[in-house]
Design a protein around this ligand. Structure first.
Ligand SMILES: Nc1ncnc2c1ncn2[C@@H]1O[C@H](COP(=O)(O)OP(=O)(O)OP(=O)(O)O)[C@@H](O)[C@H]1O
Length: 259
């Protein structure tokens, strides 16, 4: 267990534990000895510039690839022991949208619920709850093609929540969205983490999506360069803001980050 929430006797068990994970594409090392934990009821921001290794890490957690070294535990159990059932406790929103544009919101969600083995009535109740929590209930009958980017993202988040996951993985979920929409999604996810006691891992290269109460893992060129809470990282780096801390931690590559 890392020091992200160390010292608090009320700290629960992590829902995700990444321990000393490295990964290579051929002879290119994409992840180098990465360790951190994610706790229920809290957002952990995985903050790093483009190419830092965030997507690779998500691929390992979801077992798209196997980690050649290190260990990943999900809900207290090694990812390799879960087999294909590893997706059970996970809700995932990938960087690229994966909704069928020609189906309605309801049809998209029902299809996914069926893949998850949920009975129709149960699925419809869960759908209602998830869409309501994201202010999307009124759009349930509309084709996804008719929705704007922000609303499509909300449908994807609702879909990821249908089976009540313990851990929600979001890979740059606000990419391509305007600022008010980004802010609304950031707000919803933070509220959801607390309300449903979900551990959230939020990969982003935008430090304004990180809230002061979040746990933070800063990753650069495949290495964790800082880990802890926001105030602690600002203090450690002698910075007045997270933007400044990030600039110091990632050197002169900040332009890429703020873009
Ligand atoms: N299939 C691949 N083959 C070779 N190298 C790859 C492959 N996928 C990613 N990489 C490299 O591994 C490193 C980490 O990439 P990754 O996509 O995980 O980073 P990221 O933080 O998610 O960046 P982005 O936000 O741009 O997707 C980068 O240097 C990238 O060029």
């Amino acid at each position: 267990m890392d020091d992200t929430a160390a010292g608090d006797p009320r700290t629960p068990q992590p829902v995700l534990s990444v321990q000393n994970v490295s990964y290579w594409y051929g002879d290119k090392r994409a992840l180098d000895d990465v360790s951190f934990d994610v706790y229920p009821g809290r957002v952990t921001a995985l903050l790093g510039p483009n190419g830092a290794g965030k997507t690779t890490l998500f691929s390992l957690i979801t077992r798209l690839f196997d980690a050649p070294s290190g260990r990943i535990e999900i809900d207290g159990r090694a990812a390799s022991d879960w087999g294909f059932k590893v997706l059970g406790p996970l809700g995932v929103v990938f960087q690229q949208p994966t909704l069928d544009l020609d189906l309605s919101v309801r049809q998209n969600l029902r299809y996914f619920a069926a893949l998850r083995g949920l009975a129709r009535r149960d699925a419809d109740e869960r759908m209602e709850k998830a869409l309501t929590s994201l202010d999307m209930q009124e759009r349930i009958g509309e084709k996804v093609r008719a929705l704007n980017g922000g609303h499509r993202r909300r449908v994807e988040i609702a879909r990821a929540l249908l089976h009540s996951p313990k851990l929600l993985l979001l890979d740059e979920p606000t990419i391509g969205l305007d600022d008010p929409t980004r802010e609304a999604i950031v707000r919803h996810i933070h509220d959801l983490a607390v309300a449903d006691n979900i551990g959230v891992l939020w990969a982003t290269h935008l430090f304004d999506e990180v809230e002061s109460k979040d746990a933070l893992v800063v990753i650069d060129k495949g290495r964790v360069v800082a880990r802890g809470d926001v105030a602690g990282i600002e203090k450690e780096t002698g910075s007045d803001s997270l933007a400044e801390a990030f600039r110091r931690l990632t050197g002169d590559r900040v332009e890429e980050v703020a873009a």
